[in-house]
Design a protein around this ligand. Structure first.
Ligand code: CDV
Length: 318
């Protein structure tokens, strides 16, 4: 029996600093209703969907920082989204800032969750690749302080849901081949990725014109090289004066874009995805059991960077 999942992009336009959680959740619910009317089984929302992208600001006040985070999920403001999902029988993937208390140790994570059609959380992911910087860098037009505010995650897991195997990644993760391959090795069939990507890249402004191209390039490569569907969802548009790319799209295991958004505002786009379409790639060109050569890949996990061996000596003399 064919395994189809109708997956909807739930792209958001900007979320401003003064927007309450209740206001944003109302927007998410509107997108959810529209997606369900279009026949969606699952809607995917962006990274840090409940708030403005606060890592653009240098904030010393811990209380203020925590005010951007969710201490429980669902919480009072997000419960209506879970209830609507259960009522409409639609799943969702949601990115948010999480405040966790692990045995008295407080940590903030850049998190996404996968919620099934009964409104139950069936997967939780902590962003692994936290981009940006730790200290205030006033030379930048805006900050990117994810390294300061969040603790990185330490795994990419795959969850059985919606009749297939689902994985999650968040924003910068999509640029790293390791993200997809670690999930590919667990048989992933659909990778859900929310993002907030400013058009302007302060350390490399020459890349600004390529930001949409790099977005699609990374996700298409990840899909094809692992024989998986990839769903990329933006929080787009000009948020607190910073222009963010759109470019939300759904990519087949062939690497082809099969659905995409055309605005930089709240928008739904949908695709009818055959999870079994992954198999023709997983069994042929990317049959890992037949063709991978892990004995040649040692440096991938042994080394962090290009130049140093694990003992600190240079890898290649220049
Ligand atoms: N939210 C992100 O992870 N944004 C990064 C930017 C800073 C480059 C991204 O990779 O899109």
């Amino acid at each position: 029996m064919a395994r189809y999942v109708n997956v909807a992009i739930g792209q958001l336009g900007p979320v401003n600093r003064e927007d309450s959680r209740a206001q944003v959740v109302a927007r998410l619910m509107k997108l959810m209703r529209e997606a369900r009317q279009l026949g969606a089984d699952l809607i995917v929302y962006p990274e840090l969907a409940l708030t403005t992208f606060f890592p653009r600001w240098y904030i010393e006040d811990e209380q203020q920082l925590d005010s951007w985070c969710e201490a429980s999920m669902p919480g009072q403001d997000t419960l209506p989204l879970f209830e609507l999902a259960r009522e409409l029988q639609i799943g969702f993937c949601l990115g948010y800032a999480e405040l966790s208390d692990e045995g008295g140790v407080r940590r903030r994570y850049n998190t996404s969750i996968l919620v099934d059609k009964n409104g139950d959380i069936v997967g939780k992911y902590h962003k692994v690749h936290l981009p940006g910087h730790r200290e205030h860098e006033p030379w930048r037009a805006f900050q990117h302080l994810e390294k300061r505010y969040f603790t990185p995650g330490d795994r990419f897991s795959v969850y059985p849901a919606f009749g297939g195997l689902f994985g999650m990644a968040i924003c910068n993760d999509r640029r790293w081949c390791e993200t997809y391959r670690v999930m590919g090795l667990q048989g992933v069939e659909m990778v859900l990725i929310g993002y907030n990507t400013p058009v302007h890249n302060a350390p490399a402004p020459a890349h600004d014109d390529l930001s949409l191209f790099h977005n699609q390039l990374s996700m298409q490569a990840g899909a094809y090289q692992n024989g998986t569907w990839v769903v990329g969802v933006a929080k787009a548009g000009t948020e607190e004066g910073v222009d963010h790319i759109g470019g939300s799209c759904i990519i087949a295991p062939s690497g082809e874009v099969v659905a995409s958004c055309v605005t930089k505002g709240d928008e739904v786009a949908i695709a009818h995805c055959d999870l079994d379409f992954c198999q023709i790639y997983k069994r042929t060109t990317f049959n890992f059991d037949l063709h991978r050569q892990p004995q040649a890949y040692g440096p991938i996990t042994r080394l962090k960077g290009e130049t140093l061996l694990a003992d600190g000596s240079p890898r290649v003399k220049k």
